[in-house]
Design a protein around this ligand. Structure first.
Ligand code: ADP
Ligand code: MG
Length: 308
C-alpha cells in the first residue's frame, strides 16, 4: 500500500533537551494510524511538526511522496491537544469563520455545518457562545470543525480526552466512517481501548524514540506467547494439573465460570495446541479454551518497560 505520509529521521530539540530523536514513521493511505506513547513521549511535538506549526531541526515530512508544503494544510484536518476555539464567539459563526480560513465558501461551510449539527443532534447549540458549553460539548464542536472540509488526512491529538463513554463511541464510529469514505487518520492517544477498536497500524514512541511500528495484528503476533486459557470440568483436578506440568508451563488462571473447573494458563511450546486439546478432551469436558492475544495495553506496557 502507498504511504500518504512519512516522516524521515525527524529531530526536534528544545534547548539541550531532545524531544524527538530521529523519528521515522510511515502512514499507509486510507488507514487509521495510532501514535502511542506515555505522557511526554513526543507525540504532540511530532504532530505539530506534521502540521507545520513547528519546524524540525533535522529530517523531513513527505506527503504523497513529496515534501510537505504550506498549501497542504487545506487538505489536512487537525484537532489540537490544547483546543483553539474562541470562548466569546457563537458556535455556528465561529465554525463558519474557521471553515472559510481553510478555503471553504460561506455557503458550503453553512451546508456542511448544518449536516454535522443535525447528525449529532446539536442544532440548538448554533447560537450559544463556546463558553456556555461543557468541555466535552466544546470538543464535539472542535471535532466538527476539524472534519467539515472533508480533508484527505486527519490528525487528532488526544481526541478522546474529555469525552464520556457514549460520546467516545460516537467519535469512534465517525472516525471509522471517515476511513470508509477514503480519509487517512492519525491519532495520538494513551487510551488503549480506542486503539484496539480503531487502529490498523501503530507506532509506539518513548522518550522521543520510536520503539515499535507496524500493523497492529502483526505486532500482536510478535508479542503473543502461545498461551491458552483453559477451563476443564473434571473430577481429577490435581492429577491432571500434575500431568500437564510435565509437558507444559502452567499457571493458575483467574476467570469467572459457571461451573467448578480446573482453570489454568497453559503455554504451548509451538503455536499448535492440537495435542493439548486432544489431551484435555480425553480427561474431561473442555468448557473453555481461548488463546490469550496480547492487548494493545499489554504491548504498550511490555515495550515501554523493556525500553526504559
Ligand atoms: P506527548 O504529547 O507525547 O505527551 P509532547 O510532545 O507534548 O509529549 O512533549 C514531549 C517532550 O517535549 C516533553 O518532555 C515536553 O516537556 C517537551 N516539550 C514540548 N514542547 C516544548 C516546548 N515548546 N519547550 C520545551 N519543551 C517542550
Ligand atoms: Mg500530547
Amino acid at each position: 500500500m502507498k504511504n500518504l505520509l512519512e516522516t524521515q529521521n525527524v529531530v526536534k530539540k528544545f534547548g539541550d533537551f531532545t524531544a524527538l530523536d530521529g523519528i521515522s514513521i510511515s502512514v499507509p493511505e486510507n488507514s487509521i494510524y495510532g501514535l502511542l506513547g506515555p505522557n511526554g513521549a513526543g507525540k504532540t511535538t511530532l504532530i505539530r511538526i506534521i502540521n507545520q506549526i513547528t519546524m524540525p531541526d533535522k529530517g523531513k515530512v513527505l506527503f504523497n511522496g513529496r515534501n510537505l508544503q504550506p498549501d497542504d494544510v487545506h487538505i489536512i484536518g487537525y484537532l489540537p491537544e490544547e483546543r483553539g476555539l474562541y470562548k466569546n464567539m457563537k458556535v455556528g459563526e465561529q465554525a463558519i469563520y474557521l471553515a472559510m480560513l481553510k478555503g471553504m465558501s460561506k455557503q458550503d461551510a453553512k451546508k456542511a455545518l448544518k449536516y454535522w449539527f443535525e447528525k449529532f443532534g446539536i442544532t440548538s447549540w448554533w447560537n450559544k457562545k463556546l463558553q456556555e458549553l461543557s468541555k466535552g460539548q466544546a470538543q464535539k464542536i472542535q471535532f466538527i470543525i476539524t472534519v467539515m472540509h472533508n480533508p484527505k488526512l486527519l490528525i487528532f491529538d488526544e481526541v478522546f480526552s474529555g469525552f464520556d463513554p457514549i460520546n467516545a463511541n460516537l467519535i469512534r464510529d465517525e472516525i471509522l466512517e471517515l476511513r470508509k469514505n477514503g480519509a487517512t487518520i492519525i491519532f495520538s492517544t494513551h487510551r488503549m481501548e480506542s486503539v484496539e477498536e480503531l487502529c490498523d497500524d501503530i507506532a509506539l514512541i518513548n522518550n522521543g524514540k520510536k520503539i515499535l511500528e507496524g500493523n497492529l495484528i502483526d505486532i500482536k503476533k510478535q508479542f503473543k506467547s502461545n498461551t491458552f486459557e483453559i477451563g476443564l470440568k473434571t473430577e481429577d483436578k490435581e492429577r491432571i494439573k500434575k500431568e500437564l506440568s510435565l509437558n507444559y508451563e502452567i499457571e493458575e488462571a483467574n476467570f469467572k465460570t459457571l461451573e467448578d473447573e480446573l482453570k489454568l494458563l497453559v503455554k504451548v511450546p509451538n503455536d499448535n495446541p492440537k495435542e493439548l486439546i486432544n489431551y484435555l478432551n480425553n480427561k474431561g469436558i473442555l468448557n473453555h479454551f481461548v488463546e490469550l492475544i496480547p492487548t494493545a495495553n499489554d504491548i504498550f506496557i511490555q515495550a515501554v518497560n523493556k525500553n526504559n
